[in-house]
Design a protein around this ligand. Structure first.
Ligand SMILES: [Zn+2]
Length: 193
């Protein structure tokens, strides 16, 4: 039902007409909610409540007693919208900050005299710039940055493959290329001994 997983599983808690919050379990005879708010299994609670409209009265029912019709559909859509708003709260207020992404390690799309440009740690990244990309094992991969200059397109990273010692200087290393995901963690090349 929720978003993410333990220890940070979020969900939309439901406020009952008497002001109590439903918590993780809804029983069959619990009344409809009057508002939702985002909560997390770790105990975090959003301050923001999202009101939901009352269940429409006298909606038609189909063969198996399933309600239908525009009023019912609109109510369901409103519940889904409130649920989506709770996801946004949980994600923006609680989950994202937990992840520890730091703006100075991300490519930030900005503008300079030439037009759109990525910046890393405040410095403009130019076509052909060498950057270091954090890998899952904690090592950094040296890549070359290239970009099509189209703001809706991801930049491309090129990494040079290794060669046998005798081949160095005689042949160009093969390149592998891949799109840099928006969440890639990057840094400017460090001094090498
Ligand atoms: Zn949490």
């Amino acid at each position: 039902m929720g978003w993410g997983h333990e220890p940070h599983e979020g969900w939309a808690d439901e406020k009952l007409p008497d002001g109590r919050w439903l918590g993780p379990t809804r029983r069959g005879d619990d009344p409809d909610a009057v508002a939702y708010r985002a909560v997390c299994s770790c105990g975090w609670r959003s301050e923001r409540e999202h009101e939901v409209p009352p269940r429409p009265a006298d909606v038609p029912r189909g063969e198996r007693g399933v309600p239908y019709g525009p009023a019912y559909d609109a109510w369901i859509a409103a519940l889904e919208a409130a649920d989506g708003a709770c996801w946004e709260d949980w994600n923006a207020e609680h989950f994202e900050p937990l992840l520890g992404y730091e703006p100075h390690t991300q490519l930030i799309l900005g503008r300079s005299d030439g037009g759109a440009r990525h910046f890393l740690d405040g410095r403009p990244v130019r076509a052909g710039s060498a950057l270091e990309l954090l890998l899952a094992d904690g090592t950094w991969l040296r890549v070359r940055y290239e970009w099509s200059w189209q703001p809706d397109r991801a930049p491309t990273a090129y990494a040079a493959l290794g060669l046998p010692k005798p081949a160095e200087g005689l042949v160009d290393p093969s390149l592998v290329s891949f799109e840099l995901p928006a969440r890639a963690v990057l840094r400017w090349p460090q001094e090498r001994p």
